[in-house]
Design a protein around this ligand. Structure first.
Ligand code: 6PG
Length: 264
């Protein structure tokens, strides 16, 4: 398994999910301003599931101008292969909680077209959408910031423990025919090399159900493990990784781990 340089992993704990989301929102805004100053654009990958709602709410309530939305492009690390109005759609959740409330040009919202059939067509379509960014990934990171969540089993995006997709060696998009995690829909997911092709990765994780996997990941450092796919983003030559956690998710982290905001 790839070695993990623990100096590249930072742990931040807040009292609750709203607090962790607010901390991460300020960091996303700072990343966006830095990226636009340096390169004229900010390429952001949004996470799926329910946890990101707290981040989206905090981003919407930042002071006007904190995020240069007109110079921002958004993508998804994964989505369920459903239509944009389906309640299971990660795009649909982001649209209602964030994208419809900030001045991001619609053409800069690059969603996974989950309504395409057969499902492989949706995957191929997203590979074409990401094409130029992924093709250049061997020369420069495809993204400026990748946001991710994590399941209680350590999965992230739609990369699940023991999945053969974990062995993908090129930045791309893969099909998950049936998700082992509810909703049990077909999904499209960026591969680990695609998710790793970023200047930084930030996880937003909350709830006691995630505490055991986080402990296992932190305790295994400097090694990653296919048993906990999220840990595989901490390995090798990957980017700096930050974990933004609520107190419940952080409560089993090893006592000798440096954790910002942890009450002794
Ligand atoms: C998805 C996500 C998935 C999610 C985790 C955590 O499409 O569901 O990509 O990886 O981030 O399952 O989900 P919650 O935030 O709902 O706990």
């Amino acid at each position: 398994m790839p070695m993990v340089r623990t100096s590249k992993v930072r742990w931040v704990v807040a009292e609750d999910l709203a607090g962790a989301g607010a901390r991460l929102a300020r960091h996303v805004a700072a990343c966006a301003r830095r990226s636009v100053r340096a390169r004229g654009s900010f390429h952001l990958v949004l996470a799926g599931g329910e946890t990101p709602r707290a981040l989206h709410s905090a981003l919407v309530h930042l002071p006007k101008g904190a995020v240069p939305w007109r110079r921002t492009w958004v993508y998804w690390g994964d989505d369920r292969l459903v239509g944009p109005k389906d309640p299971d759609s990660n795009y649909g959740m982001a649209r209602s909680t964030l994208l419809s409330l900030v001045p991001i040009p619609p053409a800069q919202v690059r969603r996974i077209r989950g309504e395409l059939r057969p499902t492989r067509a949706a995957v191929a379509d997203y590979e074409r959408t990401l094409g130029p960014l992924l093709l250049a990934a061997n020369r420069r990171p495809a993204f400026d910031l990748v946001l991710l969540g994590m399941g209680p089993d350590g999965h992230t995006a739609s990369l699940f423990p023991g999945s053969p997709l974990l062995r993908a060696t090129r930045p791309g998009v893969s099909l998950v025919p049936v998700s082992p995690d509810p909703p049990h829909r077909a999904r499209a997911t960026l591969t680990l090399p695609a998710l790793r092709s970023s200047r930084e990765i930030c996880f937003l994780i909350a709830g006691a159900s995630k505490a055991a996997a986080l402990r296992a990941i932190a305790a295994r450092l400097p090694r990653g493990s296919a048993r906990y796919p999220a840990s595989l983003l901490l390995g090798g030559e990957g980017p700096p990784v930050r974990f933004y956690l609520d107190r419940e998710a952080a409560r089993r982290l090893p006592s000798d781990l440096k954790v910002e905001g942890r009450q002794r």
